[in-house]
Design a protein. Structure first.
Lengths: 206, 138
């Protein structure tokens, strides 16, 4: 809908953390063509609505509520039918140290299901920090893998025989089915880790 | 045969002619096409499964990753690029893509090419002069 125009978003309450801004930007840029966005009261050039637009006027207006949220969620899940998940891909865009920590809290002391693979991608500098913090050990002990400097869509690499994947990234769930010809669920990080542990997708919209 | 002439602005010079492939949906390069076959692969795209290889691609413009041009470059190396491009919206993605695809390309028309041209029409693109001649199939 927005394509390559510059959206100005109002009504975001509370400051989103870096990971949320990253996921939003990645999703808007991959299914559309958004190269820049303003969040009023949050991003630096948009202290007010007026400052975001300058002398210009908005050309289109959209509202985003419960129904639109549901529709967006369903569109991100359009390829997914089979609840038996073979592969969970996290780290698109590459995970921050905090995101790796979040996965470790969900994963610690547990084992990835025998029918699934959990792959996590992060920059190699972040992986070095994850090694030092003990995160890499927790991930390895759970039977998951922490990898660097590529991704499943870019490298066209998924576990052998994968038919159904899951990701916490709208960008990855947009690209992966098109590039690899598989199904892909989209949900929260917790939904994805849960699928990795149980082998089944049980995520849904809150 | 009915002929229509559209006048626009040169993006990439040269002349090419062929059958038109028209879409009203923007095309994603990286992750939206398989450059080895020139096929559109985006899940909900109206051209999904259809190849633009050897066609005059008529479309609104580019969307998605800034890797757009790299995919059209690979398509050209594989011999699967469009032979010419006709589009409405100039962006950095499409400008570089048109250049590396070596496809005569024209934009900024006096009439909307998406209204005038239909898939299957014969289209002659003169990139040097910014002229596109359309021969309607019926």
């Amino acid at each position: 809908m927005v394509q390559d125009r510059v959206p100005v978003i109002t009504g975001v309450t509370g400051a989103p953390d870096l990971a949320r801004l990253k996921h939003f930007g990645a999703a808007a840029a991959s299914s559309g063509g958004v190269e820049m966005y303003h969040l009023v009261g949050i991003t630096p050039e948009a202290p007010t609505l007026q400052a975001a637009f300058g002398a210009k006027q908005p050309v289109l207006r959209f509202s985003y509520g419960k129904a639109e949220r549901r529709q967006a969620y369903e569109r991100a899940n359009v390829t997914a039918k089979n609840p038996n998940v073979d592969f969970i891909m996290l780290g698109c865009p590459h995970y921050t140290l905090e995101q790796i920590g979040e996965v470790c809290r969900l994963l610690e002391g547990k084992r990835v299901h025998v029918n699934t693979e959990l792959w996590i991608f992060t920059p190699r500098q972040t992986k070095a920090l994850a090694d030092q913090k003990g995160y890499s050990r927790i991930i390895a002990d759970a039977g998951a893998h922490l990898m660097s400097d590529t991704c499943s869509a870019l490298g066209r690499v998924i576990p052998k025989g994968t038919k159904v994947a899951a990701a916490d990234s709208a960008k990855q769930s947009h690209y992966l089915p098109a590039i690899m010809g598989i199904e892909c669920w989209f949900g929260t990080t917790a939904d994805c880790v849960n699928a990795a542990l149980t082998g089944r997708w049980s995520g849904g919209l809150e | 045969m009915r002929k229509i002439v559209l006048r626009g602005r040169k993006v990439v010079g040269g002349c090419a002619e062929g059958e038109a492939l028209v879409t009203r949906e923007r095309i994603s390069g990286w992750g939206g096409i398989d450059p080895r076959s020139g096929t559109v692969i985006e899940t909900r795209h109206e051209l999904r499964g259809i190849s633009f290889a050897g066609k005059v691609l008529v479309f609104p413009g580019a969307k998605g990753s800034s890797g757009w041009s790299s995919q059209f470059h690979v398509a050209r190396l594989a011999g699967k690029a469009p032979i010419a491009m006709v589009f409405n919206e100039m962006t950095t993605k499409i400008a570089l893509g048109a250049v590396v695809a070596h496809a005569p390309s024209v934009t900024d028309f006096d009439q909307d090419p998406l209204t005038v041209i239909e898939t299957g029409d014969w289209v002659k693109v003169d990139g040097d002069n910014g002229v596109v001649e359309v021969t309607k199939k019926a």
